[in-house]
Design a protein around this ligand. Structure first.
Ligand SMILES: O=P(O)(O)O[C@H]1O[C@H](CO)[C@@H](O)[C@H]1O
Ligand SMILES: O=c1cc[nH]c(=O)[nH]1
Length: 235
């Protein structure tokens, strides 16, 4: 086992879906994987391995925010040999042309996290980006399933509750589609250790119109996001 994951060597697949919510990991494993078994309950951050269309796939909760997601990303890659990670998360849309329940693939992530400034001694504003082949596979999968999916940049925020007048407007001015809390760290760590990473998100909150998805709506459209992610992760 690693410091934060209770799996034995070989229990985690090379391909992993990573939701923030550990109960979403359980739901994905029970709903979409065959023969799924739980390999870790450490900190209740559940992880499961099963098969999807005959291919071994794991689902690991990452927790909320970049410090937590960094731990799981680092250990999955470096302690368990994971080479492909797709985050399946929720997000807040910051442009009015994106609706509740829409699916977004993150081509890159800006952030207010200080992690990369620390990493590069404050001299570089590193640009964390998605793996192109995974992104292309996700786009192909969404098209094949008839699921509309926007592709664009997101903002990975340190804080969920931001009291900064006009901040989302300014991000939207620069083309940012949505706000979430993990992708900059995921893309950076995957790049560092030569793994492939992608984030796919479902809009749970429309931050312009202040609409919020109901629990049922979230579950239904999370299904679309997960189907696209599973098709891409086994590609
Ligand atoms: O739904 P998940 O994957 O947790 O993602 C989003 O939801 C959490 C905030 O509610 C943050 O982790 C954010 O990134
Ligand atoms: O980080 C997040 C996730 C969902 N909704 C938000 O507004 N922010």
């Amino acid at each position: 086992m690693s410091t934060h994951i209770g799996a034995k060597p070989g229990e985690i697949a090379e391909r992993v879906l990573m939701p923030g919510d550990p109960l979403r990991a359980k739901w994905i494993a029970e709903t979409f994987l065959e023969g799924a078994t739980c390999y870790s309950t450490v900190r209740n951050m559940f992880g499961f391995t099963g098969t999807y269309q005959g291919v071994r796939v794991s689902v690991q909760g990452s927790g909320m925010g970049m410090p937590s997601a960094s731990i799981y990303t680092h250990e999955l890659i470096n302690e368990y040999g994971v080479n492909t990670l797709i985050r399946v998360g929720s997000c807040g849309a910051i442009t009015e042309d994106i609706g509740l329940r829409d699916v977004i693939a993150a081509i890159g992530a800006s952030t207010d996290s200080n992690m990369n400034r620390f990493r590069f001694d404050g001299l570089v504003d590193y640009a964390p980006v998605a793996d192109f082949a995974l992104l292309r596979s996700a786009v192909d999968a969404a098209e094949a399933r008839g699921i509309p999916m926007r592709v664009g940049p997101v903002f990975a925020a340190d804080a969920f509750y931001i009291e900064k007048e006009g901040f989302y407007d300014r991000l939207a001015d620069y083309g940012v589609l949505a706000v979430e809390m993990e992708t900059a760290a995921l893309y950076t760590i995957a790049a560092r250790y030569r793994a492939r990473a992608l984030t796919i998100l479902t809009v749970s909150d429309q931050l312009r119109t202040l609409q919020h998805a109901s629990a049922d709506e979230r579950q239904q459209t999370f299904s679309q996001m997960v189907e696209v992610a599973l098709d891409a992760v086994i590609s």
